[in-house]
Design a protein around this ligand. Structure first.
Ligand SMILES: [Ca+2]
Length: 511
């Protein structure tokens, strides 16, 4: 029986049945530990395990995950910015189901169940460390979006879009006129229901230390741990000096409330090109990423030392494409964070589970982070409940198939504000455009023609989305548009109004 047929026969019991002879490290239940590592705004070219990686990139520790597991070259998130992407993968549902405006701020309604809730219900210890960002409920331990209120037993981190990497003390928060800016945030982290102040330290190291402690404390029971770094989100220049030295850039003075005024001014000053030039921005980015990669290495070492490597499923990915502001590189893809070109939604993605997955393999067909929830359920031997409205397919199941085109290709859909995209096999239809006209893009970002217009691309031949084939293949445009309309109606209850306008405008032009 081949692996694929076996999986079909075994149903959901992959972990328990397929490897029944393995000596599980996680306890008597045989359930694997699950560690999700989320990186923030990491570029598609910024993982050295990829053949297409940028020449200046070296991520040996993320590569370790790929080498001992699988590398995904076409992994997609459900949005090109943080909060809606996280809402999607945490729930296994298109976030537009409850946020039909496809906004920055989907939130997390009580009726939508998270991975942590499923796994906690199955006896897992559940912990979240780092950034918790659903676009709503910021700074409130009472909100549904707060990790303790959606399935996590423990939390150390912050609930906001961004956090300063160095300013982590109660003292600095008190002296700052705007410690909780609309996007930027500084001061103590939250540990469960209390603030935890750090007079010294760097957030990437602090989060890793906490994750290692969590792993050691929970090594006797199956755990579900989410480690969500805010690296490599801006402010990208905030990196320990040893890493800056390695990449040949100078430290920029840290935020000082006594001499610099509002934190928001400091944040705005350094989150785009200007005060930092294009060349240096990339170096700060590389330094920030290098530090995070070292920290991921420390996490992997902790699993090794605790004897947990064999039966721990690791899923490591970026929440959206590389940012045009920080020096991230998405080559060969066009676009970036904030838009629905491939550079905004196709992300670095690696997965490892020595007891349950092939090693050192690459999977080159599309997968979606919507599949993370069903993957975790499958690994834990849990069934997907009926009427759960899940949109994703288990990546484990897909990845372990011996043929990549095992099942019928499933279309993938995106709606981001008033833009959409649909992908079926190698074809992509989109009206992607740059949303933020004020953004100053670094030179890492690839641009192209027809931005904001109807665009049809064959991604196999044209991953950089440069040759719009909409006039050459009107039948393909129609096929994908029809699929999109059905999805939009089913998911958002309506087909966004731009669509009619766009079509009639095009008709006029052609007549
Ligand atoms: Ca992000």
């Amino acid at each position: 029986m081949n692996r694929r047929n076996f999986l079909k026969t075994a149903g959901m019991g992959v972990a328990g049945l397929a490897f029944a002879g393995s000596a599980y490290a996680s306890g008597k239940s045989g359930k694997p530990n699950i560690l999700i590592i989320v990186t923030d705004d990491q570029g598609y070219a910024d993982l050295s395990a990829y053949a297409h990686h940028a020449r200046d990139i070296n991520t040996p520790n993320m590569d370790r995950i790929a080498r001992d597991g699988m590398l995904f070259t076409q992994a997609y998130v459900t949005a090109p910015v943080c909060s809606p992407s996280r809402a999607g993968w945490n729930t296994g549902q298109y976030q537009q189901r409850w946020d039909p405006s496809a906004s920055w701020t989907p939130g997390l309604p009580a009726k939508v169940k998270t991975i942590a809730e499923y796994l906690k219900g199955a006896g897992y210890a559940t912990g979240k460390i780092g950034k918790s960002d659903f676009g709503k409920g910021y700074h409130s331990a009472k909100a549904r979006e707060y990790p303790l209120n959606h399935g996590y037993d423990e939390f150390l981190g912050f609930s906001a879009h961004a956090h300063d990497y160095f300013a982590l003390s109660e003292d600095i928060a008190k002296r700052t006129p705007d410690p909780n800016g609309t996007s930027a945030h500084l001061g103590p982290l939250m540990h469960n229901n209390k603030k935890k102040s750090y007079d010294n330290g760097y957030i990437t190291n602090i989060l890793t230390d906490a994750a290692i402690d969590y792993i050691k404390l929970n090594k006797k029971k199956p755990f579900f741990l989410t480690v969500a770094y805010n690296a490599v989100h801006h402010l990208i220049h905030e990196v320990p000096e040893e890493y800056l030295n390695k990449f040949g850039v100078k430290p920029i003075p840290k935020y000082d409330p006594d001499t610099m005024g509002k934190y928001n001014n400091y944040y705005r000053k350094y989150c785009t090109l200007g005060a930092i030039n294009d060349q240096d921005m990339r170096k700060y980015y590389l330094a920030n990423l290098d530090c995070m990669d070292d920290n991921i290495g420390r996490l992997l070492d902790a699993l090794d030392q605790s004897g947990l490597t064999e039966n721990t499923l690791i899923i490591c990915f970026a929440d959206n494409g590389g940012s045009p502001l920080t020096g991230a590189c998405n080559r060969p893809l066009r676009g970036s964070k904030y838009n629905l070109h491939e550079g905004g939604i196709r992300v670095p993605f690696v997965m490892r589970w020595p007891a349950g997955m092939p090693k050192n393999k690459s999977y080159n067909s599309p997968v979606s982070t919507l599949g993370i929830l069903p993957t975790c359920l499958e690994a834990a031997g849990l069934s997907v409940p009926e009427n759960s409205n899940l949109d994703g397919t288990s990546i484990l199941r897909v990845a372990c198939n011996e043929t990549e085109t095992g099942g019928k290709p499933k279309p993938l859909f995106w709606q981001w504000r008033n833009t959409f995209a649909v992908r079926l096999e190698d074809w992509k239809l989109t009206n992607a455009k740059i949303q933020h006209t004020k953004n100053v893009n670094t030179s890492q970002i690839i641009k192209g023609p027809d931005s904001g217009k109807m665009q049809l691309y064959n991604l196999k031949d044209d991953p950089a989305e440069q040759n719009n084939l909409d006039r050459k293949h009107p039948e393909k445009v129609k096929q994908l548009m029809d699929l999109y309309k059905v999805w939009a109606k089913a998911t958002m209850g309506t087909i966004p109004s731009w669509d009619g306008k766009e079509e009639s405008r095009k008709k006029r032009k052609r007549q």
